[in-house]
Write a protein that binds this ligand. Structure first.
Ligand SMILES: Cc1cc2nc3c(=O)[nH]c(=O)nc-3n(C[C@H](O)[C@H](O)[C@H](O)COP(=O)(O)O)c2cc1C
Length: 301
């Protein structure tokens, strides 16, 4: 028997596999295809204080081994989440994590404050790394002082596990990681998408309405693995690794790089059952390597 459970701060996960924000809706959209209760957790769509329409179309494009998106945090706002979505999540036997986004620090803390009384929200993931919004978003996650300010404010407003989601669009991610740790983050998740661009050569125009967007999928995996590995050396809080995980082998690569858990994003669009397949792969990997727990998945020096 192997033990798949892990801890992210005070948060106990039955296994280390979560679905990434913005790629798995609110979970119920996938319920006909995936046994949601087999997941370590679901990170729901980016949630903001006020409703957001997102960016104009086209806002997605396929790229070699990946995709570009500029959805721009489309959601109906935190009050709609509380009244309409939260009740559909309370019966799930997996962890529910809300991805919190905002344009100002007050936006973030207002969302945290509204979510705090909801006991089935096990954790928040503070998104300081969205590349697709005009104000806030990535601006907070590319400067250590701004990172500290938003994380400290959310720490005051949110009583349970707080994960801070980092941007890869920086020269030295360890500076941002340390700032978030010192400001009170219980864990870090990385990476969000890479700022990127594609051009339609016949129309001689950018493909996305926003010109630039965020690159995700297999194409970014080696860079994401490097950033997780670097961050794991720099902080002592747990790390949730993501970026281009397409299968179980890819997930183990992040665990070997120093992540405690993983999130699966773009792969859900290709294979909606990938997350539970990854859970099975990790159990099999432990057996094949004569290991008994996920924490024993370590790189040889
Ligand atoms: C369509 C789409 C929407 C996304 N929306 C969010 C979001 O609302 N909040 C967030 O923190 N990350 C968002 N992301 C980023 C993913 O959660 C993830 O960090 C990124 O895609 C890298 O992982 P992947 O390569 O496995 O997709 C989104 C990604 C995609 C492709």
């Amino acid at each position: 028997m192997v033990d798949l459970s892990v801890h992210i701060g005070n948060l106990h996960l039955q296994n280390p596999v979560l679905t990434a924000s913005g790629t798995f809706g609110y979970g119920h959209e996938f319920a006909d295809l995936v046994d949601l209760n087999r997941l370590g957790g679901i990170v729901v769509k980016g949630t903001t204080l006020n409703p957001r329409q997102g960016n104009p179309y086209p806002r997605m494009a396929e790229t070699p081994s990946g995709m570009l998106n500029a959805v721009g945090l489309q959601n109906k706002g935190v009050d709609h989440f509380i009244s309409h979505i939260y009740p559909t999540l309370t019966s799930l036997e997996t962890r529910i994590i809300v991805n919190v986004s905002g344009s100002t620090i007050d936006d973030y803390t207002a969302v945290c404050g509204r979510l705090a009384p909801l006991e089935r929200i096990d954790a928040i993931e503070v998104n300081i790394s969205c590349p697709n919004v005009k104000q806030g978003g990535m601006a907070f996650g590319t400067d250590p002082e701004q990172t500290a300010r938003v994380v400290e404010a959310c720490r005051q407003a949110w009583p349970r596990t707080m994960i801070v989601k980092l941007s890869p669009n920086v020269t030295d991610i360890t500076r941002i990681a340390r700032a978030a740790e010192q400001a009170g983050a219980d864990a870090l998740s990385l990476v969000n998408t890479f700022l990127a661009m594609a051009i339609d050569t016949e129309r001689r125009r950018p493909i996305l309405s926003t010109v630039t967007g965020g690159l995700s999928g297999a194409a970014i995996r080696p860079i994401a693995v490097r950033m997780v590995w670097q961050t794991a050396q720099a902080v002592s809080i747990p790390i949730i690794g993501m970026g281009g995980i397409m299968n179980g082998r890819d997930a183990v690569e992040f665990l070997l790089a120093g992540a405690t858990a993983v999130e699966i994003g773009t792969a859900n669009f290709i294979n909606p059952r990938v997350s539970t397949e990854v859970v099975d792969y990790i159990a099999d990997y432990l057996n094949r390597h004569n290991l008994t727990s996920v924490g024993q998945i370590l790189m040889d020096n």
